[in-house]
Design a protein. Structure first.
Length: 324
């Protein structure tokens, strides 16, 4: 869907289509390019078919806005600064808080019952630094609380007859890829068919970070009926994430366990992997398959398992960069 369509609600898009259909036979339509005239005439035909209770089969569906994600907000204040930052988990936030108090340990070390050096245990270090009432150090404190980070309140129109682009179409979309220079909204990224891929050096983490943003993926070519995008991530010829539903790999650690196991151990590993959602059992031949595979991989079976019916948990989503 184009950026213009993203600014309208699904009900408004429906209204615009009806307006186009009502004008299909007007003189104004004659001045439009042929593709636009065809769309107006199709809209008119659909309105007539709906009025006579003979509508065409649906080719797309509207998915409501996806739910937000929970994050943990950590606020730390001192006499000189007051900062608040989000963390994906409570433990990550507490680890950051522990790092902060250890860096400021000179404020409390050696006083009363506080040791000169901070303890290795994060919770104990935080408790000793701030005290049981949280006011052991004047003009310093922290708050830690969960909150939900909402996604853009936007519905998505997805095709019901999804098919990944064939070779000529894919090559055309690849050639149309663009590079966005870094700006105040984010680092440099490449865009192909609406998918943004960021690659940059993260000084805080001391690592090269690659993140993928899928919200703008071209629904005509890339968005499956359940609203997801088939994605495979490869690092140095090793597949580390696969949701493309073909040739799905096992998670690396699971692969290593299976390679080292004897037949009895493999059976136990398979049962544990199915229970944990890393694999699923084919209802037809009972073969165990990787989580990302949508068809049984046993030769000659190829049982298709519909979305949502696998006995496997969803794989973690790749890190997403904020919208540009």
């Amino acid at each position: 869907m184009t950026m213009i369509a993203h600014r309208f609600r699904p009900s408004e898009v429906d209204t615009l289509v009806r307006i186009a259909g009502s004008l299909a036979n007007s003189l104004a339509v004659a001045a439009l390019p042929a593709p636009y005239r065809d769309l107006a005439q199709r809209a008119h035909a659909e309105i007539v078919a709906e009025a006579t209770s003979h509508p065409s089969p649906a080719v797309s569906a509207v998915l409501g806005p996806r739910p937000g994600e929970q994050v943990w907000m950590l606020r730390i204040w001192t006499r000189h600064e007051d900062t608040t930052a989000p963390y994906s988990t409570e433990s990550a936030a507490r680890a950051e808080l522990a790092t902060h108090v250890r860096g400021s340990w000179a404020n409390v070390g050696g006083e009363a019952d506080v040791p000169v050096n901070p303890p290795a245990d994060d919770a104990k270090a935080i408790g000793l630094y701030y005290g049981s009432d949280g006011d052991a150090v004047p003009d310093q404190g922290f708050e830690l609380y969960p909150t939900e980070v909402g996604r853009a309140e936007r519905s998505r129109i997805v095709p019901l007859d999804f098919a990944f682009p064939d070779t000529p179409t894919a090559e055309g979309l690849n050639r149309a890829a663009v590079l966005h220079a870094a700006d105040d909204q984010g680092p440099t990224c490449a865009e192909v068919a609406g998918v943004l891929v960021f690659s940059y050096l993260d000084a805080d983490d001391g690592a090269v970070k690659v993140s993928v943003h899928l919200d703008g993926a071209d629904p005509e070519h890339l968005v499956r009926p359940d609203g997801t995008v088939p994605l495979r991530i490869v690092v140095e010829d090793t597949v580390i994430f696969d949701d493309s539903n073909s040739h799905a790999p096992h998670p690396p650690v699971l692969e290593q366990l299976l390679e080292a196991a004897d037949p009895e151990q493999k059976a136990m590993i398979h049962r544990a992997a199915i229970s944990a959602g890393l694999m699923w059992s084919c209802p037809g031949c009972r073969r165990t398959n990787p989580r990302a595979s949508e068809r049984c991989e046993r030769p000659g079976c190829q049982t298709m398992v519909p979305f949502g019916s696998r006995t496997a948990a969803s794989a973690p989503a790749p890190t997403l960069e904020g919208p540009r």
